[in-house]
Design a protein around this ligand. Structure first.
Ligand SMILES: NC(=O)c1ccc[n+]([C@@H]2O[C@H](COP(=O)([O-])OP(=O)(O)OC[C@H]3O[C@@H](n4cnc5c(N)ncnc54)[C@H](O)[C@@H]3O)[C@@H](O)[C@H]2O)c1
Length: 248
C-alpha cells in the first residue's frame, strides 16, 4: 500500500507508455491517489483494457515516434483532463542491439523512442505548467546510463541524454516552479523482462550484485514517482533518483 499524497488528488497526470510494465503501475498508482490520469501507448488493446478497469482514466493509442501525433494527443489529453500538471516520460524500448549492427537508420529509431518523446512532450506541456504556476516532469532513465552495459549502445546513450536533459530543463524552467527529475531503476520485474531477459540465471547474478536481495517491482518505482510528483518533494529538482536495491 502506497502513502497518500493529498496534493496529488485532482491533479492532471499524463504518462507515456502506460499500458504495461512500470507505466501501468504508474497509471494505477496516480489513479489511486485521485489524480486525473491520462496515458498513451502504441498497444491499444492493453491500454483500453487498463483504462476500462480504472474509472475516469483517459487513454488514447499513440506511437510516440510520430512527433505530430504525440503533440496532438497531448493537446487532446489537456482538453479532457485540464492542463497537464504532472508529466511522466516513461516510454522506452530496450530491444538489444550490437553497436556494429546499428546503422544510421537504426540509431535514429532507437533515439526516436528513447529520447525524443521526453523532450517533445516536456516542451508541449511547459506553457500550461508555467501558466498554472508550476508543474512536475519525471523522466524514466536507467542505471544502464551509469553502468554502460554492452549490447544496447543507443538505449544507454539515450538514457544518458535523458539525465542531462533533466538537469537542463530543471535549470531552464525552475524559475517557473516546474520541477524536473529523473528516476533510474535497476532491474524491475515486468512482464517484458520476465519474457525476454530475466532468466533464473540472470536474476541470480543480479542478486549477487545488489545490497538488497529482493525483486524490484513496478509498484516500487511508482512509489518513488508519487513522492517526487507530490508537494512533499517541492524543493527537489534536477536530480537523478536511483532505485536499484544498491546495485550502483
Ligand atoms: N524494467 C526495467 O528493468 C527497467 C530498468 C531501468 C529503466 N527502465 C525504464 O523504465 C521505463 C518503463 O520500462 P518498462 O520496463 O516498464 O518498459 P516496457 O517495455 O515493459 O513497457 C513500455 C511500454 O511502452 C510502450 N511503447 C513502446 N514503444 C512505444 C511507442 N513507440 N509508442 C508508444 N508506446 C510505446 C509499450 O507498448 C509498453 O506498454 C522505461 O523508460 C525504461 O527504460 C526499466
Amino acid at each position: 500500500m502506497s502513502a497518500v499524497y493529498p496534493s496529488l488528488a485532482g491533479r492532471s497526470v499524463f504518462i507515456t507508455g502506460g499500458a504495461s510494465g512500470i507505466g501501468a503501475a504508474l497509471v494505477e498508482a496516480f489513479h489511486a491517489q485521485g489524480s486525473r490520469v491520462g496515458f498513451i501507448d502504441r498497444d491499444a488493446e492493453a491500454g483500453q483494457a487498463l483504462a476500462a478497469r480504472l474509472p475516469g482514466a483517459w487513454f488514447a493509442p499513440c506511437d510516440v515516434t510520430d512527433a505530430a501525433a504525440l503533440e496532438a494527443v497531448l493537446a487532446a489529453a489537456a482538453s479532457a483532463l485540464g492542463p497537464i500538471q504532472v508529466l511522466v516520460n516513461n516510454v522506452a524500448n530496450d530491444t538489444r542491439h550490437a553497436a556494429a549492427e546499428t546503422d544510421a537508420q537504426a540509431w535514429r529509431a532507437h533515439l526516436a523512442v528513447n529520447l525524443d518523446p521526453a523532450f517533445l512532450a516536456a516542451r508541449a506541456v511547459q506553457p500550461g505548467m508555467k501558466a498554472a504556476g508550476g508543474g512536475v516532469i519525471l523522466n524514466l532513465s536507467s542505471i544502464n546510463a551509469l553502468l554502460g552495459p554492452a549490447g544496447m549502445p543507443a538505449y544507454v546513450a539515450a538514457k544518458g541524454a535523458v539525465n542531462a536533459l533533466t538537469k537542463a530543463l530543471a535549470r531552464e524552467w525552475g524559475p517557473d516552479n516546474i520541477r524536473v527529475n529523473a528516476i533510474s531503476p535497476g532491474w524491475v520485474v515486468t512482464e517484458r523482462q520476465l519474457a525476454l531477459w530475466l532468466t533464473p540465471e540472470a536474476e541470480a547474478a543480479w542478486m549477487e550484485q545488489v545490497a538488497l536481495k529482493a525483486r524490484i517491482q513496478p509498484s516500487d518505482i511508482a512509489d518513488l514517482a508519487l513522492f517526487l510528483a507530490s508537494d512533499q518533494a517541492r524543493r527537489i529538482t534536477g536530480q537523478n533518483h536511483v532505485i536499484d536495491g544498491g546495485r550502483t
